[in-house]
Write a protein that binds this ligand. Sequence first.
Ligand SMILES: CC(C)(COP(=O)(O)OP(=O)(O)OC[C@H]1O[C@@H](n2cnc3c(N)ncnc32)[C@H](O)[C@@H]1OP(=O)(O)O)[C@@H](O)C(=O)NCCC(=O)NCCS
Length: 162
Amino acid sequence: MSIFRKATLDDLQAISDIYNEAIVNTTATFDTQPKTLEEQKDWFNSHKPKYPIIVAEIDGSIVGWAALSEWSDRCAYTDTAEISVYIRNGYRGKGIGSRLINETLQAGKGAGLHTVIARIEKSNATMIHLCEKKGFIHIGIMKEVGRKFNRLLDVVMMQIIL
Ligand SMILES: CC(C)(COP(=O)(O)OP(=O)(O)OC[C@H]1O[C@@H](n2cnc3c(N)ncnc32)[C@H](O)[C@@H]1OP(=O)(O)O)[C@@H](O)C(=O)NCCC(=O)NCCS
């Protein structure tokens, strides 16, 4: 049975495992070194109630997470967030990311966020497709802003007004 719910600190090891796999094996994130649990605790605690972290749980195991993180610490940006979504390898392509995005955007809207930005590496056709499907629009491309696995990477910028 799948459950989508707000994350707690008890979920942090699973959240970190999923994220660290993506750091090491994909260009989905521009982090290049796995995060320690301490670093992840700081990340978790930086998410005030307005910025939700949602997990997907199947039969008691965390199989994915999504977060809305502060876009900037400058006060006028307080109603703007950036979305992150990561599904455990082996559980991708089963509709979990789509559902997590819905739940997260709904939670963010309920918490008073006005708009959400997505920064997506240009070859990540699945995430671009999902964002388009949810109503995000393309707002630009940042050329060659990342370098990972000896490749220069472009970033597609997308945005939704909630
Ligand atoms: C991107 C990610 C979050 C999507 O979650 P998911 O559970 O795999 O996605 P879903 O199964 O909900 O939906 C996938 C959608 O992409 C579509 N898709 C799959 N491959 C595609 C491709 N090459 N091009 C375009 N669309 C594609 C599917 O058809 C489906 O769309 P549909 O619902 O309209 O049929 C997940 O694959 C993941 O964790 N990837 C690695 C980390 C990552 O890229 N995170 C995003 C960082 S910005």
